[in-house]
Design a protein around this ligand. Structure first.
Ligand SMILES: Cc1ncc(COP(=O)(O)O)c(C=O)c1O
Length: 396
């Protein structure tokens, strides 16, 4: 979808200032917020001496995450990248495999695939929701793939294609119905990278719950933070038990003996961080409301500005609007850098989208489908300050 032509930088910045507070304080892209309970629970964890990978806050946080997302199980881990690594392993990704994922994503998605000894196979994105485009994926698979003995193979490289990893960009849910149909047609499990979409729902169901497993991140810039942290959510109890085992060095339960039955990982989230997460969970719904109110204000402010399109939530979804995004018209891409320069100089934390994965040296030789929309989006997209506090005065 194209936008109306000819954006004007001063008009865009003026529109931004109709939404944002002008109190002289720098406005970061996404600032964390802490309250009384964040301090209280962390202190409580310290006082209890349970500061490492076991403790009551880990259990409470995991239960709270499962309740909030509706997943049967949530397993807390050290960060979202580790969550993706383990999620791919339990989905059966093996060395030599290929994994379908958008080129327009944060580096962690591609890196986690590499940690498994597999290679990303890059797919294009939708310019509506900025996530993996199921239609282009289907077309690319028809051109590239074949099914042999119930498994998907790349006819060009001979490698097995082991999974699809969609990512809900800036909190906007991918078209999951269409993606599930493609996954079924090509016998592929889905591992959802929901790092950015805690609090986002597709047709009423929380993101991360459509595939075999979904992963979350609680990095400092996310809607809920544990400092560093992540989680894997799933409805499959067996898989959840396997994840818990693998993330705790694959140690068998015993009062004192050290018996490990696989190469495991020290990926469990410490109780100290889980204490922070448990407090953050208490006001997650409020933070998401504030972020949605901020997005509504941006949407109104940019509705009448020529040459830009505010990226809204896709139909039948509820987005957490993790990072608000603006798309410049195709004839105004030369404005992106000056707009970044001017807004950052004015103390506004704006950012371009990530450099596309297939342009990075370590992924440049990976196979890719037609990624022309992602390349177009990279030239036109700017993220806007998105902290929950900025939407507080607008929230109902
Ligand atoms: C899309 C995506 N995937 C994975 C991650 C990795 O999460 P973490 O930083 O917690 O390792 C992030 C963010 O940080 C992300 O934005």
């Amino acid at each position: 979808m194209t936008t109306t032509p000819s954006a004007d930088i001063d008009q865009i910045i003026a529109a931004l200032w109709t939404v944002l507070p002008r109190d002289g304080a720098p406005l970061g892209l996404h600032e964390p917020e802490f309250g009384a309970n964040d301090r209280a629970y962390v202190l409580d964890a310290i006082d209890s001496t349970f500061v490492s990978s076991v403790g009551p806050y880990v259990d409470r946080f995991e239960k709270g995450l499962a309740d909030y997302t509706g997943a049967k199980r949530a397993i807390a881990v050290v960060n979202g990248t580790a969550a993706l690594h383990i999620a791919l392993l339990v989905a059966g990704v093996e060395p030599g495999d290929e994994v379908l994922t958008p080129s327009l994503t944060f580096i962690a998605t591609a890196n986690a695939i590499s940690y498994c000894g597999a290679r990303p196979l890059f797919v294009d994105s939708s310019d509506i929701n900025l996530g993996l485009d199921p239609e282009k994926l289907a077309a690319g698979l028809t051109e590239t793939a074949e099914i042999k003995n119930g498994q998907c193979y790349n006819r060009k490289t001979g490698a097995r294609i082991a999974a699809i990893v969609p990512m809900h960009t800036f909190g906007h849910p991918v078209d999951m119905d269409s993606l599930l149909a493609v996954a079924q047609r090509w016998c592929l499990p889905i591992v959802e990278d929901a790092a950015e979409s805690l609090g986002s729902f597709y047709k009423g169901k929380h993101t991360g719950r459509f595939g075999l497993v979904g992963t979350l991140s609680f990095n400092g810039n996310k809607v809920l933070t544990t400092g560093g942290g992540g989680a894997i959510i799933t409805d499959d109890e067996k898989i959840a038990d396997r994840i818990k085992h693998l993330t705790t060095t694959a140690r068998q339960k015993h009062a004192w003996a050290f018996m490990h039955d696989a190469i495991g990982y020290n990926y469990r989230l410490p109780n100290l961080n889980a204490a922070l997460g448990f407090a953050q969970l208490e006001r997650l719904a409020k933070a998401v409301n504030e972020k949605r109110a901020l997005a509504a204000r941006y949407k109104t402010a940019f509705a009448s500005i020529p040459g830009v399109r505010f990226v809204d939530e896709p139909p039948q979804t509820q987005s957490n609007f993790w990072l608000n995004a603006l798309l410049l018209a195709t004839d105004s891409t030369q404005l992106l850098t000056p707009l970044l320069e001017k807004t950052n100089a004015a103390g506004l934390g704006t950012r371009p989208v990530w450099t596309l994965m297939h342009k990075l040296p370590m992924y440049a030789t990976c196979q890719r489908m037609d990624v022309s929309v992602a390349e177009d989006l990279e030239r036109r997209l700017i993220n806007l300050p998105s902290s929950p506090r900025l939407g507080r005065s607008y929230a109902a």
